[in-house]
Design a protein around this ligand. Sequence first.
Ligand code: FES
Length: 288
Amino acid sequence: MYKVVTKRFLNDAKTICLFEIEAPFIARHARAGQFVIFRLDEQGERVPVSVAGYDRQKGTVTVMVQAAGRTTRMLHTVEQGDYISDIAGPLGKATEMEGLKKVCVVGGGVGCAIAYPIAKEMHERGIEVTFIAGFRSADIVILKDELKEVSDKLIMCTDDGSYGRKGFTTLFLKQEIEANIDWKRPQFDRVIAIGPDIMMKFLADVTRPYGISTIISLDPIMVDGTGMCGCCRVIVGGETKFACVDGPDFDAHQVDFDSLIKRAAFYKEEQDEAAKHICRMTGGKRNG
Ligand code: FES
């Protein structure tokens, strides 16, 4: 059993919640870009979530979870001091940072929670970080202060203009790339994009003509998280890869986004149905 030592909602809409969980083994080994899989109870669904932080001294790992399906909604009802049944990890490969000097990190919605620890580690290593954080509207904006701390330049934007600049992340990424060309400043060594599949697809289209290395972190449906079930397969450079063991980071210019988006849509109906289901045994609360 793993104790929740901190719980706090990150935005006004209470759609994304931070949990700091006692898990000394994971805390000792976790790196930015990796993920964990948790279960609320022994009968529970296995849910992958990215590592948003860790404290090796305290032996805690932090995750930021959006209430998207049945289990993540139930997780949001877990309180500080409660326990969850399992948390396995760290899983997947850590984000590559070797040799980078200047990077643009782009987060979309809850993707900012995943992008944050990557930007933080880069900032600590002395890499120049421009962070573009995009949200639908002001009420779901997260991590305003934290992102400022880890960025040399921070651009916050919303689709409706209710917070920060009005517009999509693609627009501001293009502007930043072009500004570097105009002012003859060093171009980004790499763009790292994390968010909805469709956003990452369009960001890859922005960087492709400039030849800028672009990495995305994928979050497909996962079951075992060990490369056994094949659930998280994705086509990269014409080959089948498993996001849980080969990723979650992949070269955005090699990813077959059309099959990725089609596959995600295939499961959406069942996920929505499961999200509506209220267990007669627990009344929608987790067991235990
Ligand atoms: S989650 Fe089963 S192979 Fe990746």
